[in-house]
Ligand binder design. Sequence first.
Ligand code: AMP
Length: 298
Amino acid sequence: MLARTRAGLAAARATLRSPVVVVPTMGALHDGHRALLRRARVLAGRNGSVVVSVFVNPLQFGVGEDLDQYPRTLDDDVAVCGLEHVDVVFAPSYRQMYPREQLIRVSPGPIGALLEGASRPGFFDGVLTVVLKLMHLVRPDIAVFGEKDAQQLALVRAMAADLNLPVAIDSVPTVRDPDGLATSSRNRYLSDAERKTALALCVALEAGAAASQDGPDAVLAAAGAELAAAGRADPPFAVDYLTLVDPATFAAVGPEYHGEALLLVAGTVGTTRLIDNARLSLGAPEPQDGAGRPGAAP
Ligand code: AMP
């Protein structure tokens, strides 16, 4: 069922059985979104309900970004939701979502100031504000997000914890096309040549992952070499950031770090900005002086 208004959503919500699982999206649904819808269906079970929101949220777009060009394909999205056994598609207008000037916004804190937040000022304020509003409108038991947007996922988890939201946050691994490119609504902007260049994102992540036993510097060097090569391609890849961070803080890890880390990359091909990431397990660095080596003399 399609709800275009808050009243329509409230009427539909009253008929839904628990658990209610929500998948927030900006539409132009692709295979990545579909993985989230399937996960939501599994979590909801046969008796529970799946709600998908489709809303291109102006609050999270900066000046000069692609708000006006962002693909809007609601009829196709509703059809996809039908195939994935979604109970309610909530696709509000701007006025339904923001009936008055939005004076209050969620402040994303220190993690929100880094990386995507540094490149796109106000982005995470906009994301968290619309997600919080959605949670109040839908009142889900569970919300499902993609690991492709790793920093967004971390911030949504932090918001749910710090603001005591009565919702469990679930996540789905990044879905990729057969060539390795992470599926994204923005991929449809890419020409064939741009798409070839854009593969540098996942090639760099793979190169970094292959070096993960050799420590952070080796990971960044391997991934960086791939991005540098893509920078000389036609059309070129322009790196915004390549960084290896602690998944808990999103602070860059030092050269001695070992354990779980996130390798994050962002950049532009033509006018299209793309992001990707991989979770790595960094090996313990080789001891330099024999200390700590099994069997070493004390
Ligand atoms: P968007 O419509 O781009 O705002 O994305 C809606 C949700 O889908 C977010 O939780 C994204 O992280 C998730 N998502 C987008 N692309 C992918 C992908 N390739 N794999 C997994 N999740 C994705």
